[in-house]
Design a binder for this molecule. Structure first.
Ligand code: LCS
Length: 403
């Protein structure tokens, strides 16, 4: 009996079940429970006619790994189902996903609008690189819908939103932006890296496309660089796929397999990391040496009501500013013993870094300040360590900070 015929439609299941089962089809040869790593660059044809049919798309099957691979396809199906989208496209990195989308939807003389506090290189690639090809850009505070509306031009083709934003944790009303984008025939992309599909599903809120740095929560183990694009329709998926496979920023089978394995525990990791983050944010907010804390799970978050409406939880990223400014921030970063001082985020271990001199250093300094990324801002990506031990470590590090 071919049990794959009984494979349930995981689109109907909860995300906890989807993360474990979606995209994993029983192996028809040996019955392997886990997807094998199809570590091959190319696939043999039985005949010239079959090769021609596969190139023409009239016969299903694989041709060449840059154009598709079974291990990569399993990951694409898994994430697409978790996001509630039509099709997934795995990329070599999150930046490869961003650049592929820009290449697909923008050309000379066209305009894009982006969230001002995006991941630094996302902004720089539009301001420095796509600008060289005549692509216009406006980076605005997308948490204010009126600023988005005011930035729309007749030639605007792409609205690129990051919410919660890196590293300010500013939250944008995705449903309101999607309505505006659709009214003006603009493609709306949401970078869902910070929330992951466990906490936010932008396609359900009206976005056309969602993308990820899969390097972060989805893989979750700080051992893979990758990205993912999920589109709402077959038409959009095919359009992006045709650009991606020629631009070449596709994913290889081995990182795809690692990410497929990592993604099975995404809901579990997110639950624990979020509980730890809430406790750490509360400790920080109550501490006399801390000037401000930005965490979507605190009543003090400026869009707390929107967080409750559009997200299933506040996530595991915290931004904090010390009363002693940048100098105290450096002491905090260097005094923490459990968290690792490193960029990236969304791993099982707590990672801490200083955006102004690290992830967002390439941004223009005035634009960085204007986007709320001050020199004193310290970012924490909270992991799954024991909560009491994390809190004790944070206490001892705060004690060492100058006022
Ligand atoms: N989008 C977001 C929200 C990100 O945080 C990152 C990377 C990217 C896209 C790009 O993904 P990558 O190409 O690295 O897979 N963010 C990083 C960060 O905050 N620290 O190091 C990398």
């Amino acid at each position: 009996m071919n049990r794959d015929q009984d494979h349930p439609d995981f689109r109907e299941f909860s995300i906890a079940t989807q993360a474990i089962h979606a995209g994993r089809h029983p192996d028809p040869v040996y019955g392997a429970v886990c997807m094998p790593i199809y570590q091959t660059s190319t696939f043999a044809f039985e005949s010239c006619a079959q090769g021609a049919a596969r190139f023409a798309g009239s016969e299903p099957g694989f041709v060449y790994t840059r154009m598709g691979n079974p291990t990569v396809a399993a990951l694409e199906e898994a994430v697409a189902i978790m996001e509630g989208g039509h099709g997934g496209l795995a990329t070599a990195s999150g930046m490869a996903a961003t650049c592929t989308l820009a290449f697909t939807f923008l050309g000379q003389g066209q305009h894009m609008i982006g969230t001002d506090a995006v991941y630094g290189p996302t902004r720089v690639v539009f301001e420095r690189d796509f600008a060289r090809f005549g692509v216009e850009h406006s980076f605005v505070d997308t948490s204010d819908i009126e600023k988005v509306r005011a930035a729309i031009r007749p030639n605007t083709k792409l609205l690129f939103i990051e919410s919660p934003a890196n590293p300010t944790l500013q939250v944008t009303d995705l449903a309101a932006c999607a309505e505006l984008a659709r009214e003006h025939g603009i493609v709306m992309v949401v970078d869902n890296t910070f929330a992951s599909p466990v906490l936010q599903r932008p396609l359900k809120l009206g976005a056309h496309i969602v993308m990820h740095s899969l390097t972060k929560f989805i893989n979750g183990h700080t051992d893979v660089v990758g990205g993912m694009i999920v589109c709402e329709s077959a038409e959009l998926t095919d359009r992006v796929r045709s650009v991606l496979s020629y631009l070449g920023g596709t994913m290889d089978p081995h990182p795809a397999w690692l990410a497929l394995r990592g993604s099975q525990t995404l809901p579990l990791r997110m639950r624990v990391a979020q509980q730890n983050a809430q406790a750490m944010a509360e400790l920080l907010e109550a501490h006399p040496k801390v000037e401000w804390v930005r965490y979507p799970g605190l009543a003090s978050h400026p869009q707390r009501e929107l967080v409750k409406k559009q997200m299933d939880g506040p996530g595991a990223l915290i931004s904090v500013g010390m009363k002693g400014g940048h100098r105290a921030g450096v002491v905090l970063l260097e005094s923490l013993r459990l968290p690792v001082l490193a960029v990236s985020l969304g791993g099982i271990e707590t990672l801490v870094q200083h955006p102004a001199s690290m992830t967002h250093a390439a941004m223009n300094p005035q634009a960085r300040e204007a986007a709320g990324i001050s020199d004193g801002l310290v970012r924490m990506s909270v992991g799954c360590e024991d909560q009491a031990e994390l809190l004790a470590d944070l206490e001892q590090a705060l004690e060492r900070c100058p006022d």
